[in-house]
Design a binder for this molecule. Structure first.
Ligand code: PGA
Length: 223
């Protein structure tokens, strides 16, 4: 059975209280209806301000989740006011999402800057989840996990077809030596299996539907 990565990308949402409630609700779902996570890696990616408390609560509740951050600085430690660097993040998270289209668009992140982020993530032992928008997206070397996220499918309720996502996933594995390809864009508990049952799709990156603990739990269950 292949390994699946199920990633919750909370984007710029939730306060500490809301995070605590989500984690308790999520824990409640698991207690009510436990199932095996042997082949599923569940990763939650909250904002920087929520990482420490998420880690504390997840450990107290014995939750089988890993944490990711949604970004890191393109610079190493030093005189970069306002930046949070990979070495600092490593104290809280195991993964980092890099190259999301919202960052490319709203913060003008360039391919060169994204390569730098991937390099620093790897330097400090954070596993990058590198987002690509299509076959033409440049992938930095040492990006073992990529997430194919077509822009038209993000937050629109109109996911890509599973067949097209599969075609893109096999393209990246064949041509770029990528180990795992996730699909992201309007994934819900109803359509997740369409994607994860494809031979070259190794999981999903979930935005809006991950904000609700019960829905995210059902996505994991149905994947
Ligand atoms: P969505 O977002 O699930 O809300 O479409 C996915 C993403 O942007 O990672």
């Amino acid at each position: 059975m292949k390994k699946l990565f199920i990633v919750a990308n909370w984007k710029s949402n939730k306060t500490i209280n809301e995070t605590e409630k989500w984690l308790h609700d999520f824990s409640g779902e698991f207690k009510r209806n436990p199932f095996s996570l042997d082949h599923k890696e569940v990763i939650v990616s909250p904002s920087f301000t929520l990482l420490e408390h998420s880690r504390y609560c997840a450990s107290n509740l014995n939750l089988p989740i890993e944490l990711a951050t949604q970004d890191i600085s393109p610079f190493d430690e030093g005189a970069y006011t306002g930046e949070i660097n990979a070495k600092q993040i490593r104290e809280f998270a195991d993964y980092v999402i890099i190259g999301h289209s919202e960052r490319r668009k709203n913060f003008n992140e360039s391919d060169e800057m994204l390569s730098k982020k991937v390099e620093l993530a790897n330097k400090y032992g954070l596993t990058p989840i590198f987002c690509v928008q299509g076959k033409e997206t440049q992938i930095p070397s040492d990006s073992p996990i990529i997430a194919y996220e077509p822009i038209d499918a993000i937050g629109t309720g109109h996911p890509d077809t599973a067949e097209n996502a599969e075609d893109i996933a096999s393209f990246f594995k064949r041509n770029h030596g990528v180990s795992y390809v996730l699909y992201g864009g309007s994934v819900t508990s109803k359509n997740v299996k369409d994607f994860t049952q494809m031979p070259n799709i190794d999981g999903v990156l979930v935005g809006a539907a991950s904000l609700d603990a019960k829905e995210f739990y059902e996505i994991i269950q149905n994947a």
